[in-house]
Design a protein around this ligand. Structure first.
Ligand code: FES
Length: 275
């Protein structure tokens, strides 16, 4: 969309530039404007013509009486060849520079305008910052069971991992945000990939079945509750809906992870750490 707007703006600027240039050229090449030609035509009257004819008759009579000599037109002779100035037949250097500067300024303004419009254009429902369909809950659970790893949803920059139904009551008691509860009740938790410490992307460790941040060593269990390292809380949560058996992630609002000490699933590392 932003590219289309930028192209449109460039075309508008180009057309305006051409029109301005054409007008200036007409003014500088001596062509009379339509208004001037109409004014001249209206001034020509029959009285002027009669006066001119009378003057011609007087002159002719003076010549016949010998009181005046007829003016003899001299032969024009052969015109000398002179090289034609390039500026007369083509675009002058000044015109070229003017147009180049105008074009460059127009292009810059159009690009800036396009970028600004693209920046402020409202994001549709499908991108990050809006609601993103993660997929069918059954399919998500099936994939996780098959790979023993969370499903990563790149558009939402989020991990989807199973949440045990036996821990839902503990999650409610621990104060999990109500926007995340529909997911927990459907057996899934949705976590932001961003580490709550300094923002690194937290990778999944297949051996420990925990999230382990390589930047400063923070560790989180399968449901994103902090277990180790300098992070101030658990992994950030996204709100979700589960209408029609489909998990939709709302990336418009993020919910801070659970406080240190929260451990609703009591999951221990299931193998060696990755960091
Ligand atoms: Fe993850 Fe520091 S950014 S532990």
């Amino acid at each position: 969309m932003a590219i289309a707007i930028a192209i449109l703006a460039i075309l508008v600027v180009a057309v305006v530039t051409l029109l301005l240039t054409a007008n200036r050229r007409r003014a500088t090449t001596g062509e009379l404007s339509r208004e001037t030609r109409e004014r001249d035509a209206s001034r020509r009257s029959d009285a002027d013509e009669a006066e001119g004819r009378e003057r011609a008759d007087d002159t002719r009579a003076e010549i016949e009486r010998g009181e005046a000599t007829p003016a003899v037109r001299q032969p024009a002779g052969v015109a000398r060849w002179e090289p034609v100035d390039e500026e007369e037949i083509g675009v002058s250097r000044r015109q070229f520079l003017n147009r180049a500067i105008l074009g460059a300024v127009g292009l810059g303004l159009a690009s800036f305008g396009g970028a600004a419009l693209g920046f402020i254009w409202p994001i549709g429902g499908g991108g990050f910052g809006g609601k993103i369909r993660a997929g069918s809950i059954d399919e998500l659970l099936g994939k996780i069971a098959e790979t023993h790893a969370p499903v990563y949803v790149p558009e939402a920059r989020a991990y989807v991992n199973p949440y045990p139904s036996s821990a839902v009551a503990a999650a409610e008691a621990a104060g999990y945000p109500s926007a995340a509860m529909p997911g927990l009740e459907a057996g899934l938790i949705t976590l932001s990939q961003r580490c709550p410490h300094l923002g690194c992307r937290v990778p999944w460790c297949q051996t420990s079945q925990w999230f382990e941040c390589p930047c400063h060593g923070s560790k989180y269990n399968r449901v994103g509750e902090k277990r180790d390292g300098p992070a101030p809380r658990g992994m950030t949560l996204w709100g979700v809906t589960t209408d029609g058996g489909v998990l939709t992630i709302d990336t418009g609002v993020e919910y801070p992870g659970m406080p240190i000490g929260t451990d609703t699933t009591e999951q221990k590392p299931e193998g060696p750490s990755c960091i």
